[in-house]
Design a protein around this ligand. Structure first.
Ligand code: PGA
Length: 255
């Protein structure tokens, strides 16, 4: 592989993205995950990102358990006339410590550009949230041989300078692999992750070696160990398979 930046020691991150799933009754699944991790500590950091409505209740339910809570988005402004939106401060106060930003579903359905994502990253850092910045190419872009170029461009546009010295993660999620059961080959994943490490190196120097670069898109128990063993893969962002403890725990155990 052509990447040049050394990887330094960091704890992998396995983050569950519940998307628009989860009501009070779902807290039991999260508690089961927390209880299991208390008994058998994982080598990875584990996070659950529920819908905004559940952040406070999930945080309360997880007190003392080794599971971090994340939000799935936040607005770039601190407050204002933005009906239906939530600010970084709001999700942080509710108990979130991380926030997923620039997920492809938000880029596609809410018109989020790299510039908007970068502003959200700044807002998140302003209240001490750790951003998980998502990037990934479409199927057309992959077929055109442009995956690496597209992702490099997204990282440059979505990861502002203000991230220097701050904890954050990048999640590479090919749009065509999300919720489809399709996954890139290990070589394809390593190609993109190596390119992301290089871009981070050019932006942040040595510190880039300690950034967890997650893979996301149809991660499940049966493919997690292989994907997580790939070079420069520092964890996973898991959608569908994070909703039930029975599906999520084997992925955590594979890290
Ligand atoms: P999936 O979603 O695991 O259901 O493919 C991943 C994501 O969108 O974060």
């Amino acid at each position: 592989m052509g990447y040049q930046h050394a990887v330094t020691a960091y704890r992998p991150l396995i983050a569950g993205n519940w998307k628009m799933h989860g009501v009070e009754a779902s807290l039991g699944e999260a508690r089961a995950i927390g209880a299991w991790l208390e008994e058998s500590p994982a080598s990875a950091r584990v996070a659950i990102c529920p819908p905004a409505t559940l952040i406070a209740r999930l945080s309360a339910a997880m007190i003392g358990l080794p599971v971090e809570i994340g939000a799935q988005d936040c607005h770039s402004e601190a407050n204002g006339a933005f009906t239906g939106d939530v600010s970084a401060e709001m999700v942080a106060e509710a108990g979130a410590r991380l926030v997923i930003l620039g997920h492809s579903e938000r880029r596609a359905m809410h018109g989020e550009s790299d510039a908007i994502v970068a502003r959200k990253v700044a807002a998140a850092l302003g209240v001490g949230l750790e951003p998980i910045i998502c990037v990934g190419e479409s199927l057309e872009e992959r077929k055109a041989g442009a995956a690496v170029t597209i992702v490099e461009h997204q990282v440059r546009g979505s990861a502002p300078e203000i991230l220097a010295g701050r904890p954050f993660a990048i999640a590479y999620e090919p749009v065509w692999a999300i919720g489809t059961g399709l996954v890139p080959t290990l070589a394809e994943i390593e190609d993109v992750h190596g390119a992301i490490r290089d871009v981070l190196g050019s932006l942040f120097g040595q510190a880039a070696g300690a950034v967890a670069i997650l893979y996301g898109g149809s991660v499940k128990a049966s493919n997690a160990a292989e994907i997580l063993s790939a070079e420069n893969v520092g964890g996973a962002l898991v959608g569908g398979a994070s909703l039930r403890a029975a599906d999520f725990l084997p992925i955590i155990a594979a890290a």
